[in-house]
Design a protein around this ligand. Sequence first.
Ligand code: KE4
Length: 437
Amino acid sequence: MHLERSRTLLQEALEVIPGGVNSPVRAFRAVGGTPPFIERGQGAYLYDVDGNRYLDCIGSWGPLIFGHAHPRVLAAIRDQLEHGTTFGAPTVLEVRLAQEIVEAVPSIEKVRLVSSGTEATMSAIRVARGFTGRNRIVKFEGNYHGHADFLLAKAGSGVATLGLPECAGVPPNVTADTLTLPYNDTKAVRELFAAEGDTIACVILEPVVGNMGCVPPQPGFLETLREVTARHGSVLIFDEVMTGFRLAYGGAQERFGVTPDMTALGKILGGGLPLGAYGGRAEIMDTVAPAGPVYQAGTLSGNPVAVTAGRTLLGLLRENRATVYARLESMGRQIAEGLYAAAAQAGVPVTVNQVGSMVTVFFTEHGPVTDYASARTSSTAQFARWFHAMLEQGIYWPPSQFEAAFLSAVMTDADVEHLLAAAHTAFARCAEERATS
Ligand code: KE4
């Protein structure tokens, strides 16, 4: 596999863009090597500037559940472009998308569209603070909710990937009201709320974590959060930017049968274009300006082109609802079981976590991985070796131990076989390195 043109482009990029990338995890700092510069995507595949083809197991970090350049999505975008790209004024399109979100997501009675997942979570928390009149928020170690200052405490994703102790530039007073608990620690949640529940504005979490690698909620965890927040008048926020429309059409809250007070959305919602949303009970959302006193705004919020892309992708999911989630589930399970078997055959100890079409291989012999502490027992060096062995065989896996892979509905059985065959070779190479190191 040659990457000459990517190497050249990376040098140019480093001259004018911090780290050469517009989002840290893309830089391959956690795994080393040169990130391929991508020229185009088509279906389940990416093609880089050196002519290499990859099976895409990232899908732009979640949005592309039906793969790249889906013809229905492209056609809808082209049609909308003929009418213009943005108006900064109300349109029927955003009303229709809002109606579709209300219909799809159990917790959402009213919704505000924004342009990213960060905006969605940041705004949801401001609304929860405004609605309750309280300041303190609870998040969980290894959960990432975007890069709003007050959320960069023990975050996951790029913060975990880069091993940043905390984030420079965030004044201590800004995170002073951010309490962080271990994920899945029901006892710690109960103790905190018994002692101080009436001071907590909200709890925000990834109902299935993707940002420390895939970590599902233990039985009773979501139900406990629902119980204690209701009892103490705190707002329960599910950050479903990653899980929304992926783990079920109604997201993790539909899959697990636990309805939060508010939900943040992104990724799939935008159909591959910049779009996020936050919503919840009408009495909470009616505090948002201009209906109420909590201010939030955005020049391109509800952008008609992004809304059109998102509505088209949601339409594809609705049309295929009976089959697409079952397909993603069975493919996810087949890949998880196949990865585990391949690692066992090579004698490489791993823990594989999988929920629906989210999968992570943790290179640890100290499983199960149920929280950030157990996730961090993984060998990032072993993961890096495995990652590059997969990449050299044409499998584009997330370049971090602390991220989840995302499967797409356009992957074929042959793609799955290719992935698992590559994994066998990659684990064998890890075993050789272990033996000689
Ligand atoms: P954005 O601002 O990147 O659209 O969304 C932030 C966000 C919020 N909540 C969850 C659960 C998320 O996963 C994200 C963003 N996820 C990362 C991947 N782990 C995006 C990739 C990146 O940062 O480049």
